[in-house]
Ligand binder design. Structure first.
Ligand code: SF4
Length: 291
């Protein structure tokens, strides 16, 4: 692939991460800075199910979700339609993309993301298979298959099979870790899943293939993550590496859109950079920031 161009976060197509495009249920196009261009999202949770309840979640759960299960035939049809539409220049004519029409003809990745946690679907491996087949059909050999996950379901059988399929087809794994301690995890992610399970899943998944840790840093009641929590977070990363997990890089980002909790707010660029520097210094890992 050619070298990535710089994509400012002020573009409407970057700001607008809505997961509804025309009347499609499962797929949607976004310009993603972390993907460095066009990402076709696959929303496996149009029902908005998630095993986390993050204080910064942008998914509007006040309105009901749409489909409750994934219809694989429809998923295949929608994905093929949207890819063809992008490649033939249709997306470039859409108002949402009028600042970046040149980015819409290259599908940089197909990402399992959406309005909930993708690994909660019972047939995750079958969904991956559909994406692999459509990617092949369009000869998108350079297009990555990305999983954006909260890390809670990475130990499930169908998920592990899906991860292996992704490994063989340009898989990339963005796994959430927002905390260093159980108490902070409970405060920010508000999940019933034990923190230990998240850490065990990261270790097991990272031992099998390189992973990217994605961490959202924020202010709670006006205060960024405290030094002791940040030290614990860095300690978790070091433990993962010491245990054999391959952490390719850490993506550190902050709140981009209004949060459901008014006390959960965005860091300044300088605050995010300070935290990222500390993580780099303490862990020796590559840390990229996205503010
Ligand atoms: S894991 Fe993602 S979808 Fe689930 S609550 Fe957190 S931000 Fe929302």
């Amino acid at each position: 692939m050619s070298e990535p161009i710089s994509i400012p976060n002020t573009l409407a197509a970057v700001q607008d991460h809505t997961r509804v495009f025309q009347d499609l249920i499962y797929v949607y196009p976004v310009i993603s800075r972390r993907s460095r261009g066009l990402s076709i999202g696959i929303n496996l949770n149009p029902d908005k199910r998630c095993n986390f309840d993050c204080v910064y979640c942008e998914v509007d759960r006040r309105t009901p979700g749409r489909a409750e299960t994934v219809d694989l035939t429809q998923l295949r049809d929608e994905l093929a339609w949207l890819i063809r539409y992008a490649l033939e220049g249709g997306l470039a004519t859409q108002p949402k993309f009028n600042e970046v029409p040149e980015l819409t003809r290259l599908v940089r990745d197909i990402a399992f993301s959406g309005d909930g946690e993708p690994t909660m679907v019972p047939n995750f491996d079958e969904c991956v298979r559909v994406a692999v087949e459509v990617k092949r059909e369009f000869h998108l050999s350079d297009t990555k298959l990305v999983l954006i996950s909260d890390s809670a379901g990475l130990d499930k059988g169908s998920v592990k099979r899906g991860l292996e399929l992704m490994d063989a087809n340009g898989g990339e794994f963005w796994c959430k870790l927002d905390a260093g301690t159980e108490s902070y995890y409970k405060r920010v992610n508000r999940s019933y899943v034990k923190f230990e399970r998240i850490l065990a899943n990261l270790l097991e998944t990272g031992r099998a293939r390189p992973i990217i840790i994605q961490t959202l840093f924020l202010k709670i009641d006006g205060t960024p993550m405290q030094a002791d929590e940040l030290a614990a977070y860095c300690g978790r990363l070091k433990d993962l590496v010491a245990g054999g997990a391959q952490i390719r890089e850490v993506h550190a980002y902050t709140v981009a859109r209004p949060t459901p909790e008014p006390w959960a707010t965005k860091l300044t660029t300088a605050e995010l950079e300070t935290i990222a520097s500390e993580v780099r210094r303490t862990t020796g890992l590559t840390v990229k920031t996205f503010d």
